[in-house]
Design a protein. Structure first.
Length: 326
């Protein structure tokens, strides 16, 4: 071997550790895109996501960095915020709810988008196939058949004389619209009258409360989405003031004082969303990753609220509860 070739080989070998170290220290950028408010995030769900990432070897400040974008429930901000994440050239966008992934999809066809508990991926137009999404969108669906009907049936168990129910839902969200339609269909079967309380932005809640007060329904159903979740404390205070039994889709409403919640375990969905991020950062294509549906559900009942409302929760329902709040 000639001396020049030998020295070239030595230089290449010496450089290998530097190249390897450079690869090991690559920091991936993860965009966290939430249509709700930063001040009202669901801590247990976010913690579950971050902990799952850590368990998979992704640690903030070491090999991943986060770019957070919150729309504060202002729909007009979604497109701009999605564009910011695209311009930052993040490696993956983790989008909450339904409206955020829709905005992200409109902003990019190349950056992978992981849905963290999106309401109805097919019905909202995010994908056409759950098994093989085929584009840059994948993740978790929040949608399960007859969820609205099950919540109404549970209310009927607690309130046998239930005849009128108000449904508070975000009319701008395709998922909330789907759940509302299911609730109306179930109510028709049970002979229950439904009052539609539509909200699209924070300013709409005041009028919704006013109408509910005037109509005096027997109970309130709140369809979970970033807008209603952001206002969960306000909703809980309203139903407490007017002694209104309520049920919703997330336990956070019950933690604030609501009577019952039944729905998918959001922390479990966020935990599973981390595995999608892991696979994508390791080179898998989002279009090849099947969209998964909820597998873990929880029924939470606030017994303190039940006592305040002078409601006796049937033993059969108590036995099915995953958690009872005293």
């Amino acid at each position: 071997m000639r001396r020049r070739e030998f020295l070239g080989l030595v230089a290449m070998v010496a450089a290998w550790p530097l190249v390897a170290r450079g690869q090991q220290h690559k920091v991936y950028k993860i965009g966290i895109f939430n249509p709700g408010s930063a001040s009202m995030v669901i801590a247990r769900a976010d913690s579950a996501f971050l902990e799952a990432l850590r368990q998979l070897g992704w640690v903030e400040g070491k090999n991943v960095a986060f770019e957070y974008r919150y729309a504060d429930n202002r729909l007009e901000q979604l497109a701009e915020l999605a564009g910011e994440l695209v311009r930052l050239n993040v490696d993956v966008i983790v989008a909450m709810g339904t409206l955020a992934p829709l905005a992200a999809k409109q902003a990019t066809s190349t950056i992978p988008i992981v849905m963290a508990a999106t309401g109805d991926p097919i019905g909202s137009g995010l994908v056409t196939n759950l098994g093989r999404p085929g584009a840059n969108v994948t993740g978790l669906s929040l949608m399960v058949p007859e969820l609205g009907a099950k919540r109404l049936q549970m209310l009927k168990e607690v309130l046998p004389q239930l005849s009128r129910v108000a449904v508070l839902w975000n009319a701008a969200n395709p998922y909330a619209a789907r759940v509302f339609e299911e609730t109306v269909a179930a109510a028709r079967t049970l002979g229950i009258e439904v009052y539609s309380m539509e909200v699209r932005r924070p300013a709409d809640f005041e009028n919704a409360y006013k109408v509910i007060t005037q109509q005096r329904p027997d109970a309130l159903i709140t369809v979970e989405d970033p807008l209603t979740v952001t206002h969960r404390k306000q909703i809980a205070d309203f139903v407490a003031k007017h002694r209104l039994p309520s049920i919703s889709g997330l336990r956070e409403f019950v933690d604030e004082g609501g009577l019952m919640a039944y729905g998918a375990d959001l922390a479990d969905l966020r935990r599973r969303a981390a595995s999608y991020v892991d696979k994508i950062l390791k080179g898998e294509k989002p279009g090849d990753l099947p969209i998964e549906q909820p597998t873990k559900f929880e029924l939470v009942i606030n017994l303190k609220t039940a006592r305040a409302l002078a409601i006796t929760v049937p033993a059969t329902l108590l036995a099915r509860a995953d958690e009872l709040i005293e």
